[in-house]
Design a protein around this ligand. Structure first.
Ligand code: PLP
Length: 358
């Protein structure tokens, strides 16, 4: 018997969430973002579930080539561009589009001998101050790209720092949009701006292309809950109770004896720990479901196990089904309790966790 810990990927939910993105941006074409192994859901599963997307976007060069090997013939986009000049001939040959965010990349492109032409995405830093050319450097970068005979098409892109936060005083989305429009004025090319948060909360900024990621996997980018946005959980992480203890007032649980019982309690031990990707810093009180009843974790998460409070789950027994997150326990609630975001949890599911698809 394998360990009872299994991540189930709900392909119907992936397809549904893509349609939510398409309906939210009906005039735009959609890059379904599948970086980080489709946010932990599996690259091949992403490819199949997002067959109706207009393109697939990601970060990893090897995974981009795998998409082609797996038969994806529509556009593929590398969101951070290429990392080394030696990658360029193969990217060109296999028609993989890529971002260009710094002048060093333009230098490499200008001197590369390419077997065919390329479609590049010129990235503007409109206020996030991560990748991209600032407004004053954008026109020059555009003209340099335009002068390279192997560059057949230039799309203009930028990325938002606070699309989930209408009120952000430091860098409001509207200011990034204003800078982008002003810096790209008069430049020919399609526009690509919106991540999930912008698709869902700022439909007015959807341009030629949108780039949703997290929403496709059924977690919220912020603003409202995933359910309020009409999204469905695409991953359920299930395990089982593998042991039980009855403890008395004053008894402590687990490493560090961090949780001390104030009354008689029934504790269940679940086969799932931080080596599986469950956050070690999840505190007592983090939600979990046992046999369909919501309860909480208690004590410190260890490498291979965690403890749950079964005091109010009367029928619980060794073998009881546990949902760590998924259809009933939103991944965002677990992430919130642990001080992180759904993105991190889904990307961190460890290779030793069995994955099935329903
Ligand atoms: C990851 C990423 C996205 C998708 O962001 P979500 O918040 O997951 O929707 C879009 N654009 C770029 C450039 C990215 O790196």
């Amino acid at each position: 018997m394998p360990r009872p810990l299994v991540a189930t990927i709900h392909s119907a939910a992936l397809r549904h969430n893509l349609s939510v993105a398409q309906n939210a941006a009906p005039q735009s074409r959609v890059w379904a973002i599948v970086k980080a192994n489709a946010y932990g859901h599996g690259l091949a599963r992403g490819l199949r579930a997002f067959a109706q997307a207009d393109g697939l976007g990601l970060i990893e060069v090897d995974a981009a080539l795998q998409l082609r090997d797996m038969g994806w013939t529509k556009p593929v986009l590398l969101l951070e561009g290429f990392f080394d000049e030696s990658d360029l001939p193969e990217l060109a040959m296999r028609d993989i589009q890529f971002a260009v965010h710094c002048s060093e990349q333009i230098d490499m492109l200008a001197k590369a001998a390419l077997p065919s032409t390329v479609h590049v995405h010129l990235k503007m830093n409109s206020g996030m101050n991560r990748l991209g050319f600032v407004a004053e450097k954008l026109q020059d970068a555009y003209q340099r790209l335009k002068a390279i005979p192997q560059v057949r098409q230039i799309t203009l892109m930028t990325h938002f720092a606070n699309a989930d936060d209408r009120e952000n005083a430091h860098m409001p989305l509207a200011e990034q949009v204003r800078r982008f429009h002003s810096a790209t004025q008069g430049l020919a090319g399609e526009r690509s701006l919106a991540n999930s948060a912008a698709v869902l909360s700022h439909p007015d900024v959807a341009a030629d292309w949108v780039r949703p990621g997290i929403m496709l996997y059924g977690a919220t980018p912020g603003g409202k809950t995933a359910a309020e946005f009409g999204l469905q959980a695409a991953m359920t992480l299930n395990s089982e109770i593998i042991g039980m203890q009855t403890i008395k007032p004053g008894d402590a649980i687990g490493y560090g004896s961090r949780f001390v019982a104030e009354k008689v309690m029934t504790i269940g031990v679940v086969a799932c720990g931080y080596a599986d990707g469950y956050p070690r810093h999840a505190p007592a009180g983090t939600p979990v479901m046992v046999d369909g009843i919501r309860t909480r974790i208690v004590g410190r998460v260890s490498m291979d196990m965690l403890n749950v409070d079964l005091t109010d789950v009367p029928g619980a027994h060794v073998g009881s089904k546990v949902e760590l997150w998924g259809k009933h326990v939103p991944i965002d609630e677990v992430a919130n309790a642990a001080g992180t975001i759904g993105y991190e949890l889904m990307c961190a599911v460890a290779p030793r966790v069995a994955v099935v698809e329903d």
